[in-house]
Design a protein around this ligand. Sequence first.
Ligand code: AQP
Length: 339
Amino acid sequence: MTEVVHTPRVFSGIQPSGDLHLGNYLGALKRFAEAQDQGIETLYCMVDLHAITVWQNPADLKRATRELAAGFIASGIDPEKSMLFNQSQVPEHAQLAWIFNCVARMGWLNRMTQFKDKAGKNRENASVGLFAYPNLMAADILIYHATHVPVGEDQKQHIELTRDIATKFNHDYGVDFFPITEPVIEGAATRVMSLRDGSKKMSKSDPSDMSRITMTDDADAIAKKIRKAKTDPEALPSEVEGLKERAEARNLVNIYAALSDNTVDQVLSDVGGKQFSEFKPMLVELAVDKLAPISTEMGRLMQDPAEIDRILAKGAQKARAIAAPILDQTYEIVGMVRG
Ligand code: AQP
C-alpha cells in the first residue's frame, strides 16, 4: 500500500467547563496562537460535548462557551486566520465518534488515567460519556485529518489512544486513511502545577480557588495567590538540577520562564540566589503584565455575545467543509449505504 502524505493541519480544543486558568493559557492557548502564525491550517474548538460528560448547568455552559471563545480571541487567535467554533455545531465529530466507539477496545479505555482520576471511587455512577470521552477526542482530531495537536502533558495518553484508533481503523479496513497524529507538547510550562500543592496539576475542578490563577483574576487576586503560593525556605538555585526535589519552586520558575518566553536556564541565571520574598513580586509583576490585557479584552468581547455567536457559527461552517467529506469517505470505507 502506498503511504498517503497528509497535509499538515493543527487541531486542538478546550472544555468550556469552568474558568480558564494559567495552565490552560500556558499549556494550550498561548501555544495555539503561536501555531496559527506558522503558515499551517489551524482549527480550535470549544469542546462543549466533552464538557457535559460531567453535569453542567445549561445557562452556565452557554456563558462558559462564549467566555472561552473570548479567551481564545484575547489570547491571539484570529478567527480570520484560524477556524474557531464550538464542537456541537459540527455534528460530524459525534458521528465519527460512534464509529470509533466500535474501533476502540474496552481494555484501551480502561487504562485511561483521566477517567480513573475523574470518576474516582464513584466509578459506577460516572457517565458513559466520561468513559468514552477519549473516542470523541480522537474523532475531534481525525475528522479533520489533523496531523499535529498542541496540548499539555496531561493529554499525552489521549493522543496515544487517538494514534491507536487511527492505526486499528486503517489496518482493519486495509486503508491508509487516517493520519497518525503527533502530539506537540513543548515549552517550559507543559504541566503547570497547583499553587497549593506541587504534586497536583493546576485544574479548573480543584475545589481551592487559591490553587489556580484564572484568566479573569484582577491584579490584586493574582498578587494574593502568588504571595500565598506554597514554597520552601531555600533560596532559588542557579542551575536546573537544584530544582529537582523542589516541585513548588520548579513550578513558579517554569511559570516565570513560560510567561517571559525564556528557558528555565535563562531565568535561573538571572534569579539564582534570590529568596522567594524577592522572586514572588517579580512573578506577580510579570503575570499581571501578561494577563491583564487578556482579561480586559475578554471583558470587552463578552459585552457582545451575539458577535461571539456569529464568529463561532462562521468557524463551524468552515470546519464542516473539511469534516463532511472526511465523514462521507469514512462511511464509504466502513460500508454504509449512501443515497
Ligand atoms: N495544569 C495544566 N498545565 C498545562 N496545560 C494544561 N491544560 C490543562 N491543565 C493544564 C491543557 O489545557 C488544554 C485544555 O484542557 P481542558 O480544559 O480541555 O481539559 P482538562 O485537562 O480537563 O482541564 P482542567 O483544567 O484540568 O479541567 P478539569 O479540572 O475539569 O480536569 C489541554 O491542552 C490541556 O492539556
